[in-house]
Design a protein around this ligand. Structure first.
Ligand SMILES: [Zn+2]
Length: 270
């Protein structure tokens, strides 16, 4: 196959037949090597997947000043059963089986398992190139976070999801997310950081909804170097130690910043 992307000659995609209906595409960039495994039915997504992940990686590598050569393996699974099996056997992550229809991608270390857009629950997701791009960008952010992190398992959800939602630009396009944030700002009801932690459903939703606003606040106030520092140095989950600021103080300043910025928090152009 020819070059992928808009005339970017650094990225090439080679497709190798490895028997049956299993194919491999290898996209090679200067710093990112992508191995994409898929079945024939998802052939049309391969180039797009390689393209979007490469683009995302470039932006993230620039953000985090990452210069290492990274090899990532992406598996586009044709259905829910294959997805669950890859999650279990390759990622070694234990999730419910069959997994929740809201799960369409999961990553661990340098592996990313994607559920084919053809197998998405149509009541939950509709494939559009923009949505797929945002989804892959979100997952790529997680991969980079884990690559840089000393111990991703210890990192609190609101931070890791916050970084992924913020840096992938998901907050600019996810209307459901924006509505929740808008409502919270309007009513002056922002959760505490403690309420974004924990495993119960409400806490998980708060972590996804509000985590990125803390990341954005930190970037706007302290600069992207602080975001990078936390991702790289926070090996024990205590981001306040890395920032040398107390949790209550940060929380108070973040609330004030959000309430003052109002719509500017979630609108693209401030
Ligand atoms: Zn995520």
């Amino acid at each position: 196959m020819g070059p992928i992307g808009n005339g970017n000659s650094h990225i090439h995609c080679r497709i190798l037949q490895i028997g049956g209906n299993s194919l491999i595409a290898l996209a090679v960039d200067l710093v990112l090597h992508l191995l994409i495994e898929y079945t024939v039915k998802d052939e049309s997504f391969v180039q797009e997947t390689a393209n979007q992940l490469s683009e995302a990686y470039k932006v993230l590598a620039d953000y985090f000043t990452l210069k290492d050569i990274v090899l990532l393996r992406v598996i586009i699974t044709p259905d829910r059963a294959e997805f669950d099996q890859c999650v279990k056997e390759i990622l070694k992550i234990v999730i419910e089986v069959p997994s929740n229809p809201s799960r369409i991608g999961l990553c661990q270390k340098t592996d990313l398992i994607v559920l084919s857009p053809l197998a998405w629950d149509s009541e939950l997701y509709t494939y559009t190139p923009d949505f797929y791009r945002g989804f892959l960008y979100h997952e790529m952010t997680h991969l980079v976070e884990e690559y840089l992190s000393k111990d991703i398992e210890k990192v609190t959800r609101w931070w890791s999801e916050g970084v992924a939602v913020y840096l992938s630009g998901q907050w600019m396009f996810d209307h459901d997310l924006q509505e929740k944030v808008a409502e919270g700002i309007e009513k002056g009801l922002l959760p505490s950081i403690k309420e974004m932690e924990g495993q119960e459903r409400e806490a998980v939703i708060r972590a996804y909804t509000w985590g990125w606003t803390i990341v954005k606040y930190i970037e706007c106030t302290y600069g992207r170097n602080m975001v990078t520092k936390i991702v790289k140095e926070c090996g024990d989950g205590n981001i306040f130690r890395v920032m040398a600021v107390g949790q209550k103080t940060l929380e108070k300043r973040w609330r004030e910043w959000v309430l003052q910025a109002g719509k500017g928090v979630y609108q693209q152009h401030e």
